[in-house]
Write a new protein. Structure first.
Length: 308
């Protein structure tokens, strides 16, 4: 019997600690000067009108209590859904639009090295708008690092420390549970880009070290995946994952479980044969934001049924 475990935003966030924003905060730490990962030094004096270029930073700013300051977001900004649905969109992180950003008259634009194209970032800066580009934060340490970095440039370092400590405590609790697991399933984390194209997450992605931390074996790096790599059916079959983890948007776009199993190679894996496909909200899975502890707890529950 095929079983699909679907974790959407509301269900995955039943824990009411990380979901709630901090009390609305002031910004006593401004002005702030920050040397970005792109080598550009930016001075931030005003965070009253923020444009975020990725969903993780939108979620962090909102959770820090500054959601009302966000005037525009990219298309990956889907949490919290009732808030982000109403925000003007400036493209998607990899295909940003200069005019859409500048029309919003931001006082600060926040992204990381995935914010593209570079020409858009240059044009926004040329218009006099401060743009902060963070590094790519990866692995289990990423959420706290990302929160503290974002809070620092927003002038809310104390609130950032509070939120980061709370999130780290949830992560640590989940990893302590994972350490007691006896099973070590082979897992592939994939993203369905089109009906017939699977991207396998390997080394140098946000998921670096995550599967090992939750007691699983990551089949991506041994399969040669460095970053997001297009996967042939033969390579997926050879990787032989016991479990496939994927993101909700692509899964639903394929027509659910029936369509996903129709993607070449999937049905021939142990995961496909047993219906062991775990589906999570895209931002929850790939954002490494404030809900990461919730994600890890759910992953551990799903991957290690012996833990109850």
């Amino acid at each position: 019997m095929i079983v699909c475990l679907l974790v959407v935003a509301g269900a995955a966030c039943g824990d009411d600690t990380t979901d709630a924003t901090l009390t609305a905060v002031t910004t006593p730490g401004l002005p702030v000067t920050y040397l970005g990962a792109d080598g550009v030094t930016t001075t931030i004096t005003d965070v009253s009108r923020i444009v975020t270029l990725s969903g993780d930073f939108s979620e962090i700013v909102w959770t820090l209590g500054l959601g009302g300051n966000i005037v525009g977001v990219d298309l990956s900004s889907v949490y919290p859904p009732e808030e982000m649905r109403l925000k003007p969109k400036v493209g998607v992180e990899y295909r940003l639009l200069t005019e859409a950003i500048l029309t919003l008259e931001p006082t600060l634009v926040i992204g990381d090295l995935d914010a593209q194209p570079d020409t858009v970032i240059d044009q926004v800066r040329a218009a006099g708008v401060p743009v902060v580009i963070f590094p790519r934060f990866v692995g289990v340490d990423a959420p706290a690092e990302k929160i503290r970095a974002a809070a620092g440039i927003l002038g809310t370092a104390a609130a950032g420390d509070e939120l980061a400590a709370r999130v780290q405590a949830e992560i640590d609790a989940a990893l302590a549970l994972a350490a007691t697991a006896e099973s070590h399933p082979r897992v592939a984390v994939v993203y369905l880009a089109t009906q017939n194209t699977i991207l396998l997450l390997g080394s140098n992605t946000v998921f670096d070290g995550i599967l090992e931390a939750v007691g699983a074996v990551d089949v991506g790096p041994p399969a040669g995946a460095d970053g997001f790599v297009a996967l042939t059916p033969e390579a997926l079959i050879a990787a032989a994952p016991d479990v496939i983890i994927t993101a909700e948007r692509g899964f639903n776009g394929a027509g659910g479980m029936e369509g996903f199993l129709g993607v070449p190679g999937v049905a021939q894996t142990p995961a496909g044969q047993n219906g062991a496909v775990l589906v999570y909200e895209d931002l929850l899975l790939l954002g490494l934001g404030p809900r990461t502890g919730v994600l890890l707890a759910q992953l551990i529950h799903d991957l290690h049924p012996e833990l109850g």
